[in-house]
Write a protein that binds this ligand. Structure first.
Ligand SMILES: C[S@@+](CC[C@H](N)C(=O)[O-])C[C@H]1O[C@@H](n2cnc3c(N)ncnc32)[C@H](O)[C@@H]1O
Length: 266
């Protein structure tokens, strides 16, 4: 339970100095994992040349192409958005790799039963009905095959109005950000949990430490959006603002990017 501080205690004691010891501690990196860690974690699972990987929600197939090159896998890249299918086909042709690109969503994949050795599903589950999605993934995975998933989960500090603004703007299904819903739907589909890794703010810390992302720039743009009186109700502006908030919420612990690995026992 938080106890309420008194003014005397705050100014006379707590803020009487600048907590130099705590500041010094927080200036030390906690060696956060970066986005490349996802590929290292996948490699540790031991994919073998010739095995079939299905990248569900592949966007431009950049990750599919990388995984094919790194592990000699065969791959299928799926995405329901026509623009992404075109981008993926172009990227695959330019890369000169053999990847089938299909226009399809996780809910109905035009693939046979038990065909996939691996499912790679990065940053997609929040957009989908996870009950249907997991059922389809379990159907296409061969027994012993594994589903490798990165998903941004909500935490209890994400307040309901913050959640609905963020989710409405980014086409997110609220329940599909809830770890208990994700985990129970996966189990109901016959998938067995192998590991769960909560990354929290690690990727964003890494980006800040490397200078590849600026939380300050995102916050500055958000403030300018508000002060200019820009209509936040327009879908384009709402999505723009939500994308600026996305990384900041990870740092604040309102969302928790999480990596799950499941195996199919069916
Ligand atoms: C945030 S992007 C992630 C793309 C890519 N996996 C990555 O990590 O860069 C979300 C992707 O999910 C796709 N998507 C949305 N709804 C989907 C569905 N029902 N089934 C499969 N993919 C979907 C979108 O088209 C988009 O490419």
């Amino acid at each position: 339970m938080n106890s309420r501080i008194s003014v005397e205690e705050l100014y006379g004691e707590v803020w009487a100095d600048d907590s130099p010891a705590l500041t010094a501690e927080l200036e030390q990196s906690l060696n956060p994992r970066g986005t490349n860690w996802l590929f290292e974690a996948f490699a540790e699972l031991g994919p073998r040349p010739g095995q079939l990987l299905v990248d569900v929600g592949a966007r431009d197939a950049a990750h599919t192409i990388r995984l094919v090159r790194e592990h000699g896998l065969r791959a299928i890249a799926l995405d329901p958005v026509k623009l992404h299918v075109e981008l993926a086909r172009r990227a695959v042709a330019e890369a000169g790799v053999e990847v089938d690109v299909l226009e399809a969503g996780i809910e109905a994949m035009p693939l046979g039963d038990d065909v996939a050795d691996w499912i790679w599903c990065r940053d997609v589950l929040v957009h989908v009905d996870v009950e249907r999605g997991f059922a389809e993934c379990a159907r296409i995975l061969r027994p012993g095959g594994q589903m490798f998933t990165y998903v941004t989960c909500s935490t209890e500090t994400l307040e309901p109005r913050e959640a609905s603004r963020l989710f409405d703007a980014l086409a997110i299904v609220p329940e599909s950000t809830q770890p208990d819903v994700i985990e129970s739907c996966a189990a109901d589909a016959g998938l067995t949990l192998v590991s769960k890794t909560e990354l929290g703010g690690e990727w964003r810390e890494r980006m800040l430490e490397d200078g590849t992302w600026s939380a300050g720039d995102d916050l500055l743009q958000l403030s300018r959006l508000r002060r200019r009186g820009t209509d936040l109700g327009s879908p384009r502006v709402a999505a723009y603002a939500a994308a600026r908030i996305w990384g900041v919420y990870q740092l604040l612990g309102k969302t928790c990017p999480t990596v799950y690995v499941w195996t199919s026992s069916a």
